[in-house]
Design a protein around this ligand. Structure first.
Ligand code: FMN
Ligand code: SF4
Ligand code: FES
Length: 549
């Protein structure tokens, strides 16, 4: 396969599209499938068959973003902001919907697209999501896919690819925010002949589904990013470590690997060069700690998934003691655009120290929950009140939890803060992988802290004492406080223990487990103190916002 072949495929797909009168896209990502989009797709296909009409294309696509309104169906335009969009579609609506094509829209199902949810987003990672069929490699190629890989391996040196990634300022989207270019350079400079690339698709944070959506919606983008990484650092073998609870993403990934290998874009002698790049899928069993890079590598090697001290870092000594580049799904999904459009282009989006865009999973007490992609530096208020549509039921915003179990809760005073790595950290939270849970006045911050501590306690691998015993003790104290049975000395002990667990745990899980407690103590201390008062003097009990809300 060469550049000309890619152009031929693009032309053929465009010609087929032009010969059709209408294109109806049905979201077939996990969230919409769980509310019946599979039946909607079948219903529409049946309509097309019954009408013997090959002028209408019924296309399964990936996530369109507004998952809370699913199943979503879009008609005709491949620009989400201008497409005719239908929400909450059921199989019973398919007849009306089909017969409305080219005529009056079905008003009762219409979802407005001229709203900030669509207009304020900027899509790089999700640019094809909800538009292309994730199971058709030709669709990805027609959208410009595999051009960057083709150009890189035939026209650019490894150093040039690396330079673009460094120039882009891209920081790892898996949570730590480490500069991708620096990590790549370390692996590229390692003298060992055998190196590996790993894509971390473990995604264990409660409420997070960004990586799953990317893999379900545009798997070739991640594979292309991995192949570019392999070329830049000199690795010919790669693994995608993905949790088994993501069966749809696993299936689409495997299909994508097969298709790309068949076309000579992965495997041996890629893009008609002497280079090889083989990708294997490895399933994780759903332990949160297996997302930690050293535990992840142990798991791939067939050992128990437990972290080990760093250094040595994987970039120096990783899988089977070989230099290994580990990047997150979203980090790698940015690479084809960076190599294709240049590092300087990427750097022009976002802020100086947090370049590009970020995908967030918006959840909790918010009108529009789902997946969004916004430029770094966007004010939190814009995410919550404009894109997210604000707090439902006339309630007031109270806080937003970012960064999952390693993150923290930010109160109203931070709504005008630009969302980027360093501002979030200085406010006592972190970007994390992109989970954002919005809470209203009915949420109890002590319950929120208890929820995340329970998660860390359950997920602690038990290798080191501060985390194994500390999270249990922290949870016990939070439980006592939440139940109104604690004394002021319990609160003191809670704070002391947070410091100890943070400072002495072996890996990031234990080191960051106290963060939700510390941030809620920092901004909502009165709620903890309220729980220490005698019951007769307390305000009525507040409820917790759950991640399913
Ligand atoms: C307990 C724990 C769980 C983690 N889970 C994930 C995960 O699911 N996905 C991920 O990309 N990174 C996860 N990380 C971060 C990884 O260890 C690693 O930093 C990341 O994959 C590097 O990729 P990046 O530089 O592209 O962010 C986790 C870290 C810790 C401490
Ligand atoms: S900090 Fe917790 S999860 Fe990490 S190694 Fe120690 S016990 Fe295991
Ligand atoms: S899964 Fe269908 S819109 Fe997100």
């Amino acid at each position: 396969m060469n550049l000309e072949d890619l152009a031929d495929i693009t032309e053929a797909v465009a010609a087929a599209a032009e010969s059709r009168r209408h294109c109806v896209r049905v979201c077939m990502a996990a969230s919409c499938q769980s509310c019946g989009s599979g039946e909607v797709l079948e219903g529409l296909q049946t309509q097309a068959k019954q009408n013997a009409d090959d002028g209408v294309c019924i296309k399964p696509v990936g996530c369109m973003g507004l998952c809370s309104a699913g199943p979503l169906v879009s008609v005709d335009s491949d620009q989400p902001a201008t497409a005719l969009l239908y929400q909450d579609v059921t199989v019973d609506d398919t007849e009306d919907l089909y017969h409305s094509l080219g005529d009056q829209p079905v008003e009762r199902l219409r979802c407005r697209t001229d709203v900030p949810f669509f207009a304020r987003q900027q899509k790089v990672v999700l640019e094809n999501s909800g538009i292309i069929d994730p199971e058709q490699i030709d669709d990805y190629i027609a959208a410009g896919g595999y051009r960057s890989l083709m150009r890189a391996v035939t026209e650019m040196s490894r150093e040039e690819v690396l330079r673009e990634v460094k120039e882009s300022g891209l920081r790892g989207r898996g949570g730590g925010g480490y500069p991708a270019g620096l990590k790549w350079a370390t692996v590229a400079m390692a003298p060992e002949p055998h190196k590996y690339v790993i894509c971390n698709a473990d995604e264990g944070d409660p409420g997070a589904f960004m990586d799953r959506a990317v893999l379900e919606s545009d798997p070739h983008r991640v594979l292309e990013g991995m192949a570019l990484a392999g070329y830049a650092v000199g690795a010919e073998h790669a693994y995608i470590y993905i949790r088994a609870e993501y069966p749809l993403a696993v299936e689409r990934l495997k299909t994508a690997i097969k298709q790309a290998t068949k076309k000579g874009l992965l495997g041996r002698r890629i893009c008609e060069t002497a280079l090889s790049f083989e990708v294997e899928v490895r399933l994780g069993a759903g332990a949160f700690v297996c997302g930690e890079e050293t535990a992840l590598m142990a798991s791939i090697e067939g050992r128990r998934g437990q972290p080990r001290p760093r250094p040595p870092y994987p970039a120096e000594e990783g899988l089977w003691k070989c230099p290994t580049l580990i990047n997150n799904v979203e980090t790698l999904a940015n690479i084809p655009a960076i190599v294709g459009k240049g590092g300087a282009w990427f750097k022009s989006i976002g802020t100086e120290n947090s370049t590009g865009t970020k995908v967030f999973a918006l959840a909790g007490r918010i009108a529009n929950s789902g997946l969004i992609e916004v430029p770094m530096g966007i004010p939190l208020r814009e995410i919550v009140h404009e894109i997210g549509g604000g707090i439902p039921d006339g309630r007031r915003f109270k806080a937003v939890q970012t960064g999952g179990p390693s993150g923290g809760c930010l109160p109203e005073q931070f709504l005008d803060m630009p969302v980027e790595y360093d501002t979030l950290r200085s406010a006592g939270s972190i970007m994390g992988s992109g989970g954002m849970i919005v809470m209203d006045e009915t949420s109890s911050m002590v319950d929120v802290a208890r929820y995340f501590m329970e998660f860390c306690m359950d997920e602690s691998c038990g290798k080191c004492v501060p985390c194994r015993a500390g999270t249990v003790q922290l949870y016990g104290l939070l439980d006592k406080i939440a139940d109104g049975e604690a004394t002021p000395s319990d609160l003191e002990l809670l704070e002391e223990l947070c410091d100890v667990v943070q400072a002495t745990s072996l890996c990031g899980l234990g080191q960051t487990a106290p963060n939700p407690v510390l941030s809620t103590l920092r901004y909502f201390r009165h709620e903890y103190e309220e729980k220490l008062r005698p019951e007769s003097e307390r305000m009525p009990r507040m409820q917790i916002v759950t991640l399913d809300d």
